[in-house]
Write a protein that binds this ligand. Structure first.
Ligand SMILES: NC(=O)c1ccc[n+]([C@@H]2O[C@H](COP(=O)([O-])OP(=O)(O)OC[C@H]3O[C@@H](n4cnc5c(N)ncnc54)[C@H](OP(=O)(O)O)[C@@H]3O)[C@@H](O)[C@H]2O)c1
Length: 318
């Protein structure tokens, strides 16, 4: 039957995609957990259904699950993850509870897979990054290895599904005349917490603690698919065609050439980070500009967490 997997937050935007991806990957021994509100609901799984259980500390610490994939809010993760971990389960947490805490690996499998394994010597908790950080680091890492990043500017265009299932329903129910851009994150001084997460998580994953990186994050009236306009500067000269050739070889990245370019609609439902409009940035001597789109619910969340789990559950490691 394979590993025993529990999805906590299974009724949410990320949780429902996680269920679908696990079924497609042949995981058969899967349980669904959520709050008391959704207990006993039936969710589609494979050709059948799975019954939602309440995610109580007792249920998560029973010791009968090998791997928990958490997609609940930060405070629920802080409360529940330690119970699952104490019972010996591997926990991949998609909230920001552990991402920037020293000693907890923050992992994008294409960038720093070796960090995931460190969790096996500790409390088996691995943090999954923010939905904009994951595609950004998939693109930055191979370019950094080639030419040495010295500065990054990024502007994001984030879909409403990044704010959860209720916000998706809200957008679908709205008139297009009421749609507008929003910046609905918490603010800490001059920047939103989404902007500081993008900077600090990128630095941690890339192991470049001093990398200058500035972000402006905006939510746009799109259902699924986050996009990012990126301006990068390098130590060494790197032509746009060389960067494109490097990114064509990068795992989980697909380069689109004009007249094609990345859009949320092309990215939604897919597993890759789409990159295009790779061009010289005339405003800086060794600068390039590029644009990406990625399905925030899949590679930006559920898929990345499953890839982390695959690393940790590899037969030689458990
Ligand atoms: N959406 C994205 O693109 C994205 C990307 C990366 C990371 N994340 C992170 O993933 C997490 C989930 O995001 P989401 O977009 O899937 O949110 P969501 O659609 O609002 O779903 C939240 C889920 O958490 C459950 N839940 C809430 N409080 C709970 C509690 N106290 N105990 C157990 N379950 C509880 C909900 O269950 P009920 O049905 O019972 O309310 C629901 O299943 C968040 O931490 C988010 O920051 C999201």
């Amino acid at each position: 039957m394979g590993p025993r997997v529990g999805i906590v937050g299974a009724t949410g935007a990320v949780g429902t995609i996680t269920l679908d991806l696990l079924a497609r990957r042949g995981y058969g021994n899967v349980r669904a957990f959520a709050s008391a509100r959704s207990a006993r609901a039936e969710l589609p799984f494979g050709g059948g259904t799975v019954t939602v259980e309440e995610a109580t500390p007792d249920a998560l610490s029973a010791g009968d699950v090998d791997l928990f994939l958490f997609s609940v809010g930060t405070s629920a993760s802080r409360e529940l993850v330690p119970h699952a971990s104490a019972a010996g389960a591997i926990c991949v947490d998609k909230s920001s509870a552990y991402r920037l805490v020293d000693g907890y690996p923050l992992v994008v499998p294409e960038v720093n897979p070796e960090r995931a394994l460190e969790a096996l010597d500790r409390d088996r908790i691995v943090a999954n990054p923010n939905c904009c950080t994951i595609p950004l680091t998939c693109v930055l890492k191979p370019l950094h290895d080639a030419a040495g990043l010295t500065r990054v500017h990024v502007a994001t265009y984030q879909s409403v599904s990044g704010a959860g299932a209720q916000r998706m329903e809200g957008l679908a129910a709205e008139s297009s005349r009421d749609h507008d851009l929003v910046m609905d994150w918490l603010w800490e001084g001059d920047e939103s917490d989404e902007e500081s997460k993008l900077r600090d998580e990128t630095r941690k994953i890339m192991e470049l603690p001093d990398l200058p990186i500035s972000a402006t994050c905006v939510r746009v009236p799109v259902l699924v698919g986050h996009s990012e306009a990126i301006w990068v500067e390098f130590e060494d000269a790197l032509r746009a065609d060389q960067a494109a050739a490097i990114l064509r070889e990068a795992p989980s990245v697909r380069v689109l050439d004009l007249p094609e370019f990345p859009t949320p609609a092309t990215a939604a439902g897919g597993d890759e980070v789409l990159v295009g409009r790779i061009r010289r940035d005339g405003a800086s001597p060794n600068g390039l500009a590029l644009y990406l789109s990625c399905d925030n619910l899949r590679k930006g969340a559920a898929l990345n967490a499953i890839q982390i789990a695959d690393l940790l559950l590899a037969p030689a490691r458990v």
